[in-house]
Design a protein around this ligand. Structure first.
Ligand code: SAM
Ligand code: DTB
Ligand code: SF4
Length: 328
């Protein structure tokens, strides 16, 4: 049977997900070696270009206006400040630069025009440009593609069944619809989820099933561990432990052999040894930089030290692109 499939059943995924941890990790490591250069890790840098005041009620998020998280709301950044941040990220070895905005959806206004300018400028630096701006129409996705956008992040977060327990202001299908618009525009898809939202193993399996059975696997699959934020409904959720991250990463690797599996939020709580098992089990991408969007991430220098210890190296920009929009 081909390694690349789009017709996975829950039973098949469950069989993989429930293997003994080290068996699962080894199986994933073998699959990883078959499709990827060993030790190569994509390094992405994140920047919050518009912070807080979001209309959505995502139960995990520091940026929702519905919760009192004490976060300072910041308007959309200026293009030149974004370019300065991108240059710094590039100098630090990042190959991808992801700009996040706390919007429910993109609107066709001057703010969107400014984001298009940011995309164009960051692309001209030779970085893979990524955005995460909320819901998009097909036309908006097309305009982002024209501006040189390489990837769009839009997470499905959890299973279809658990979704309404986490977010009430939009549906799972809204999410899938935007992902479809991104795909149609020829932008690569970055989509994954969060563990630690009070979901069951069946929900985690269901989330992976949704991702793997998309017509094309997402090129990047971020696996986030909930970073509990005071003031949100999930502030007291139990922290996920490292074995749950390994299980998610390894299962994602086995289901989507060619995709980049990103060890995303939650790394600050993991030791180098715990992260090492994730890299061994198929994680090959991280967010580097002292800050994620609004919460802390490991210090940049600590990550570079980890790379040295583990024999990992940052991957060059556009290494996977058959054609890219980078034009300088
Ligand atoms: N507003 C846009 C959206 O929701 O798509 C873009 C920004 S949003 C913060 C990007 C993603 O970050 C979310 O989909 C979620 O998966 C992740 N995220 C947000 N807060 C998190 C938290 N506290 N812990 C872990 N992941 C989180
Ligand atoms: C993703 O999956 N994780 C990143 C990125 N995509 C945009 C965001 C993590 C956010 C963690 C919480 C915060 O810093 O606000
Ligand atoms: Fe808004 Fe995105 Fe946060 Fe949800 S995850 S509240 S859409 S910024």
């Amino acid at each position: 049977m081909s390694d690349i499939r789009h017709n996975w059943t829950k039973e098949e995924i469950s069989e993989i997900y429930n293997r003994p941890l080290l068996t699962l990790a080894l199986d994933a490591a073998i699959m990883h070696r078959k499709y990827h250069k060993e030790g190569e890790v994509q390094v992405s840098s994140l920047l919050s270009i518009k912070t807080g005041g979001c209309k959505e009620d995502c139960g995990y998020c520091s940026q929702s206006a519905k919760y009192n998280t004490g976060l300072q709301v910041l308007a959309l950044m200026q293009v030149n400040d974004v370019v300065t941040a991108a240059e710094k990220a590039k100098a630090g070895g990042a190959s991808r630069f992801c700009m996040g905005a706390a919007w429910r959806e993109v609107r066709d206004n001057s703010d969107f025009d400014r984001v298009l300018e940011m995309v164009q400028s960051v692309n001209e630096l030779g970085l893979e440009v990524c955005c995460t701006l909320g819901m998009l129409t097909a036309e908006q996705a097309e305009r982002l593609a024209q501006a040189g956008l390489y990837a769009y992040n839009h997470n499905i977060d959890t299973s279809k069944e658990h979704y309404s327990e986490v977010i009430s202001t939009r549906t799972y299908d809204d999410r899938l619809n935007t992902i479809n618009n991104v795909r149609k525009a020829g932008i690569t898809v970055c989509s994954g989820g969060i563990i630690g939202l009070g979901e069951t193993d069946t929900d985690r399996i269901g989330m992976l099933q949704t991702l793997v059975n998309l017509p094309t696997h997402p090129e990047s699959v971020p696996i986030n561990a909930l970073v509990p934020v005071a003031g949100t409904p999930m502030e007291d959720n139990k922290r996920v432990s490292f074995d749950e991250m390994v299980r998610m990463v390894a299962t994602a690797r086995l289901l989507m052999p060619k995709s980049a599996v990103r060890l995303s939020a939650g790394r600050l709580e993991m030791s180098i040894a715990e992260q090492a098992l994730c890299f061994m089990a198929g994680a090959n991408s991280i967010f580097a930089g002292d800050k994620l969007l609004t919460t802390a991430n490991p210090e940049f220098n600590a990550d570079m030290e980890m790379f040295k210890i583990l024999g990992l190296s940052p991957k060059a920009a556009y290494a996977d692109a058959e054609h890219h929009h980078h034009h300088n």
